[in-house]
Design a protein around this ligand. Sequence first.
Ligand SMILES: [Zn+2]
Length: 100
Amino acid sequence: MPKCPRCGAEINRLRYECKVWEFSDFYLASYTDPQGEHFTGEWDDWEYSDASDAKPLWYCPECDKPLFACQTTAEAFLMGKDVKVEVNVRGRLLPKQRKP
Ligand SMILES: [Zn+2]
């Protein structure tokens, strides 16, 4: 199982986080109980789309630190390949490291 390069925990999944826009229909629904009829807001037909500053990040679920910024690298890591962390602990991209 791959080990988190930051905390050393063995992990078989990463936590994904990405900014998105969300859209929904909002309407008033009614329900009736012994006290009478009540109204409450309800949501329906959720849709999501990428925000322009989406910044997708893959985190270690154990130490909660960001590790990768690209799906291909996250997949390679989970496959046990030797990949480098792509972001610092604040989620900022690190400069690409060249292989010797
Ligand atoms: Zn970790």
